[in-house]
Design a protein around this ligand. Structure first.
Ligand code: NAD
Length: 245
């Protein structure tokens, strides 16, 4: 039996660590060749070297139009095409409305919304020509339910849902599918920055009574990246252990 993603090529942004790294590792495990893109280029290269020859690491700032254009052009030049992009890069700048600065707000909106939009636009140009492709955007349950201290992040992650559906409607007849995933609480460096009290309080609200592992998001990405999900577009999949259903 051939591997699920044999012959496919993918880009994963923000993939030097956490969920993105698990996604890149899983896609390679299913037979894809993957470009690991991250703000931290050295870390992206080290991650790719650890995965093996089917991965390459590059520096990319998803907020920069030039950087994202170079990322997509480089992946196409290296692998001869682009079948999958996972817009995963993200940051948090949590604060109450009382304490959040405009800079905190803008930074989060820019990385998530502008970054995802630039990724969708650049990748879809290549995919539209090829008449096939799968774009996967990483939203969050915060975008569905809203989290106190995350007015910036919740807005950005809800925005990714609207962007996913609009792009899905534009690109469906070109053979390009666009879907989103809303992870719940996942154990990564991002959530390790939470206080133990906040982490425990969040875990207690999860029906499955545990945080998820990055691989549990990566497996759903592999499904959306592959032909197993060939009739799905504009879908938003909650991967949250039941939290926020
Ligand atoms: P993380 O902080 O562990 O990793 C994020 C990566 O993105 C880092 O390697 C970072 O260098 C990179 N990055 C940040 N800004 C960038 C930029 N401008 N250009 C390129 N790369 C950039 O985070 P994570 O927990 O692995 O989260 C990955 C994604 O999943 C994010 O979009 C996050 O919002 C989302 N998410 C995470 C959780 C969770 O519980 N961890 C839950 C829901 C959604």
């Amino acid at each position: 039996m051939t591997a699920l993603l044999e012959g496919r090529t993918a880009i994963v942004t923000g993939a030097a660590q956490g969920i993105g790294l698990a996604i890149a590792t899983t896609l390679v495990g299913h037979g894809a060749r993957v470009t690991i893109a991250d703000l931290d280029g050295a870390k992206a290269e080290a991650a790719a070297a650890a995965i093996g020859p089917a991965a390459r690491g590059v520096a990319c700032d998803v907020t920069s139009e030039e950087s994202v254009a170079a990322l997509v052009a480089g992946a196409v030049a290296e692998y001869g095409g682009l079948d999958v992009i996972v817009n995963n890069a993200g940051i948090t700048r949590d604060a109450s409305l009382k304490k959040m600065t405009l800079e905190n707000f803008r930074a989060v909106i820019t990385v998530h919304l502008q970054g995802t939009w630039l990724g969708i636009r650049a990748a879809s140009e290549v995919m539209r020509e090829a008449k096939r492709g799968s774009i996967i955007n990483i939203s969050s349950m915060s975008g569905k339910s809203g989290n106190p201290g995350q007015t910036n992040y919740s807005a950005a992650k809800a925005g990714i849902v609207g962007m996913t559906k609009a792009a899905a409607k534009e690109l469906a007849h070109h053979g390009v599918r666009v879907n989103a995933i809303q992870p719940g609480l996942i154990r990564t460096p991002m959530t390790e920055a939470m206080t133990p009290e906040a982490y425990a309080a969040t875990e207690a609200t999860i029906p499955m009574r545990r945080a998820g592992e990055p691989e549990e998001i990566a497996n759903v990405v592999a499904f959306l990246a592959s032909d197993l999900s060939s009739y799905m577009t504009g879908a938003v999949l909650e991967v949250s252990g039941g939290r926020g259903m």
